[in-house]
Ligand binder design. Structure first.
Ligand code: ZN
Length: 345
């Protein structure tokens, strides 16, 4: 082999590879930056049935774009109309939250209470850890650092939850969000009472019904009763809002009035009557006395007090289901006196 041919055989491939490498460099320099990994996961399985579905999907996508900017890059945003679900969890964890908590809770609440379907997106921002929840609450919503469980912002139809406190926290805030469409003028005591019922609840075997059970809030009621400062139920119901300085007691009181009704199979009828009479009995005081057949407020409170003690005793003796059909919300660990500002809103 002559030396000229040898040079071509050895140097040729090197030159060719170098040219290719330089071409790659110039292409990379000219092209736009590589887009970030796709963060928005759209539910493409369910077909769009009509214009309303299509509008809802579009509205969800618009909100998803806003939420993507609020959370860490790399975390997923799911679109499952009417829900936009985001947080500090990977996509499969958000999907499980949707399928195991959001869907069955909505289904059961619709069977029991709600007739109107959401007509606008509901955003769920769920955090697996308290630190992420607190950071988001402070940064995005300017919420005080002592926020612990979760909150629902009516104006944005957005609920933000610390799911490390239990799936019951999500059920509580989701109840507010769904009720907002079905009964926008629900009095505050009942809004909080009803939402609190489902923070500790059990699904029926068919998964179609959700029943509230006893939880840590009972101790606020029992202690207030014991110390003789549980205000009359009529004051709770007719008050404009829960008292800021006695929030924990008022929330607990409202929850147990709802459970008092539930125990007599009266919670769902009360909800429907209250909704239909929102103009004439906006607080529900008249409707409440009628449905429990106690016109006299003192008699009603006497019945309620006796019932709370008996119910708590009975519930303590029952076996709690451990088959995953339960929603619960952990108690806050500080003494009840300091819980006031921290209860889920
Ligand atoms: Zn609430």
């Amino acid at each position: 082999m002559d030396s000229h041919r040898k040079i071509i055989l050895i140097a040729g491939p090197i030159v060719l590879m170098s040219v290719c490498f330089l071409l790659t460099l110039s292409t990379a320099k000219d092209s736009r930056p590589t887009p970030p990994p796709r963060q928005i996961s759209v539910d493409v399985v369910s077909p769009l049935k009509n214009d309303a579905d299509s509008r809802m999907r579009q509205a969800c996508e618009n909100i998803a774009q806003e939420i993507v900017a609020q959370i860490d890059r790399g975390n997923a945003v799911l679109i499952r109309p009417p829900y936009v679900i985001a947080g500090d969890m990977p996509e499969d964890a958000l999907e499980r939250l949707y399928q195991n908590v959001v869907q069955p809770t909505e289904r059961a609440l619709n069977v029991g209470f709600f007739d109107a379907r959401p007509t606008e997106p509901i955003t769920i921002v769920a955090f697996a850890k308290e630190v992420g929840f607190r950071e988001y609450a402070r940064r995005v919503d300017r919420r005080p650092a002592q926020s612990y469980y979760g909150y629902y912002l009516r104006d944005h139809r957005r609920l933000v939850v610390n799911v490390s406190t239990g799936a019951g926290t999500l059920a509580h805030e989701l109840t507010h969000a769904l009720a907002h469409f079905d009964f926008p003028n629900m009095p505050e005591w009942f809004d909080e009472g009803l939402a609190s019922v489902f923070e500790q609840s059990e699904f029926s075997d068919t998964n179609h019904r959700l029943t509230g059970t006893d939880n840590w809030r009972v101790h606020h009621v029992l202690r207030a009763m014991h110390e003789n400062h549980l205000r009359p139920t009529g004051d709770l119901v007719q008050g404009k809002s829960v008292r800021a300085n006695n929030e924990a007691i008022d929330y607990a009181h409202a929850r147990y009035v709802c459970l008092f009704l539930q125990d007599q199979q009266l919670l769902e009828p009360f909800y429907r009557k209250l909704r239909s009479r929102a103009e004439t009995d906006p607080t529900g005081w008249q409707t409440l006395r009628e449905i429990v057949a106690r016109e006299n407020a003192t008699d009603l409170d006497a019945d309620f007090h006796r019932w709370v003690v008996k119910y708590h005793k009975t519930q303590r003796q029952r076996t709690v289901r451990k088959d995953g059909q339960t929603l619960s919300m952990k108690p806050f660990e500080t003494p009840p006196e300091t819980i006031a500002a921290d209860v889920a809103k």
